[in-house]
Ligand binder design. Structure first.
Ligand code: FES
Length: 126
């Protein structure tokens, strides 16, 4: 059963800033891109590691997040995978080591959540 949970006011989500929000037992990454707030699970589909707890900072710009562990990149709003395991800690690595780091896992999208914006408030469906 889907629940609709308030996560804040629209003004709580400055444009382009990536924020961590905990809803029930799920940790999400949330950002406002243009006038729309988007949310995804704070877990990389490669190894299930948190974007917000990686070595060094995770990079987020123009609605795209780069995993701080092995550089996979995703569109936050759609969850679409753009690059899959291209390096380590923000640095590129040779192709042969990328294949080792992939651990046989195939590219996968982020788990995204439906956001509802209503009367200046932001809700997530979970
Ligand atoms: S854990 Fe994110 S790319 Fe490996």
């Amino acid at each position: 059963m889907t629940r609709r949970i308030k996560i804040g006011k629209l003004d709580d989500f400055p444009r382009g800033k990536l924020m961590q929000v905990k809803v029930a037992d799920v940790t999400m990454i949330v950002s406002r891109i243009g006038d729309h707030v988007c949310a995804a699970r704070d877990r990389c589909p490669h190894m299930g590691l948190a974007f917000t707890e990686g070595p060094g900072a995770c990079h987020f710009a123009d609605g795209v997040i780069q995993c701080p562990w092995h550089n996979s990149r995703f569109e936050l709003c759609s969850g679409k995978n753009l690059d899959w395991v291209t390096g380590f800690m923000g640095q590129p690595t040779p192709k042969w080591s990328q294949q080792l780091l992939q651990l046989g896992r195939q590219p996968a999208p982020l788990t995204t959540y439906t956001i509802i914006q209503e009367d200046g408030l932001v809700y997530v469906e979970i």
